[in-house]
Design a protein around this ligand. Structure first.
Ligand code: 2PG
Ligand code: MG
Length: 419
């Protein structure tokens, strides 16, 4: 047992230049652990609450209240607790908050402490974070889903689909995956440039060209993959982020057209016919259960369907999805739910029900690499952490490269249709 002796939060900046919470936890023997909290743009409405100050300071986005909550009530509650008992610390904060969605103290405040305590515990035991979280069983280096063309609310361009990702699922090792993905990324840059498109990057480090629509973006990806010479080794994944395209009443705006649910499913089916797409995230909006049921019934046997906004890493929402047949995989974002323990519960429920897990960053990030360790610890098999540019994205890849080189492990893709 080792007691928490100090907890201190700071207001710092994320990758978009917006304030976020950074917390340092100190243990009685002087060991420290720290954590930065990320922040989404296409946030699901059922997510735990990110506490912002409002007013004019930082255009309303300050996090001084969250910082005060950490330095005040939270620190009072957790100082003296055993840092090795993560669940007890998380439960103490959940109880202290007392709301469904952590709106009293803020999920950003609570998560920063939760993650910093886990880091401090790992440091106290003198083992790497992934080993503390996963023990000897955490051995799978995840397949990265790399967002190389950004659209939707992550970019100021014409693309409706938010993320066009390359997936080096045929690579032999994680480092091999990074190598071939990097070559493909640079080939894509060259191809876009040749056609006179912008190669400035969006929030997640992918290019944000003004293309004519979904198929043109996919054609560029295919050309890049082929020219780089990896058509056998690289597949494609999409995050439609359809909550942002929902017009209500079962209707969506997509590629300059209005589509009903069946037209959306048929649109996806036609993309699956023409491109090596292995995963589609949020093909329907967060509350469009009819759409989710339809797409899962029609396409759920042939492609990974990842629930992000619909599940928001919430065990109750996931349980409902499993019962009703929505999706066959879940996106895992720590700050959607607000504690490490609840995140681990959601991952366990998913795996027990043969739902795949994709550990994910947010569009607003820092160089914190917690999710890299988490992905290995729980054998998620997949991580989504942006493109091959911008330090807050590559920091996660770099951490995984280090883990693979130092500790080994397998590069595994859990094929949802083979398990
Ligand atoms: C998503 C995420 C991360 P945001 O929709 O999956 O890529 O975006 O953090 O803006 O919600
Ligand atoms: Mg998403």
């Amino acid at each position: 047992m080792v007691r928490i002796s100090d907890v201190r939060a700071y207001e710092v900046l994320d990758s978009r230049g917006n304030p976020t919470v950074y917390t340092v936890v100190t243990l009685e023997d002087g060991t420290r652990g720290d954590a930065y909290v990320p922040s989404g743009a296409s946030t699901g409405k059922h997510e735990a609450l990110e506490l912002r100050d409002g007013g004019s300071r930082f255009l309303g986005k300050g996090v001084q209240k969250a910082v005060e909550n950490v330095n005040g009530v939270i620190s009072k509650a957790v100082i003296g607790m055993n840092a090795l008992d993560q669940r007890a610390v998380d439960e103490a904060m959940i109880n202290l908050d007392g709301t469904e969605n952590k709106s009293r103290l803020g999920a950003n405040a609570i998560l920063s402490v939760s993650l910093a305590v886990a880091r401090a515990a790992a440091n106290f035991l003198n083992i790497p974070l992934f080993r503390y979280l996963g023990g000897v069983n955490g051995i799978v280096l995840p397949i990265p889903l790399m967002n190389v063309i950004n659209g939707g609310v992550h970019a100021d361009n014409s693309l409706d689909i938010q993320e066009f990702m390359i997936v080096p699922d045929g690579a032999e090792t994680f480092s091999h995956a990074i190598q071939i993905a990097s070559e493909t990324f640079h080939t894509l840059k060259k191809l876009l440039k040749e056609k006179g498109h912008s190669v400035s990057v969006g929030d997640e480090g992918g290019f944000a060209p003004n293309l004519g629509g979904t198929r043109e973006a996919l054609d560029f990806l295919m050309k890049a993959i082929e020219e780089a010479g990896y058509d056998d080794l690289i597949s494609i994944a999409l995050d439609v982020a359809a909550s942002e395209l929902y017009l209500g009443d079962g209707k969506y705006r997509m590629d300059g057209r209005e589509m009903n649910r069946q037209e959306m499913v048929d649109f996806y089916r036609s993309l699956l016919d023409d491109y090596p797409i292995i995963s589609i995230e949020d093909p329907f909006a967060e509350d469009d259960y009819e759409g989710w049921e339809m797409v899962t019934a029609e396409l759920g046997q042939t492609v990974q369907l990842v629930g992000d906004d619909i599940f928001v890493t919430n065990i109750e929402r996931l349980a409902e999805g499993i019962r009703e047949g929505y999706a066959n995989a879940i996106l895992i974002k720590l700050n959607q739910v607000g504690t490490l323990s609840e995140t681990l519960d959601a991952i366990r429920l998913a795996h027990e029900n043969a739902y795949r897990t994709v550990i994910s960053h947010r569009s607003g990030e820092t160089c914190d690499t917690f999710i890299a360790d988490l992905s290995v610890a729980v054998n998620a098999g997949q991580i989504k952490t942006g493109s091959l540019a911008r330090g807050e994205r590559t920091s996660k890849y770099n951490r995984l490269l280090y883990i693979e080189a130092e500790y080994g492990g397998t590069y595994g893709y859990f094929d949802p249709f083979e398990v």
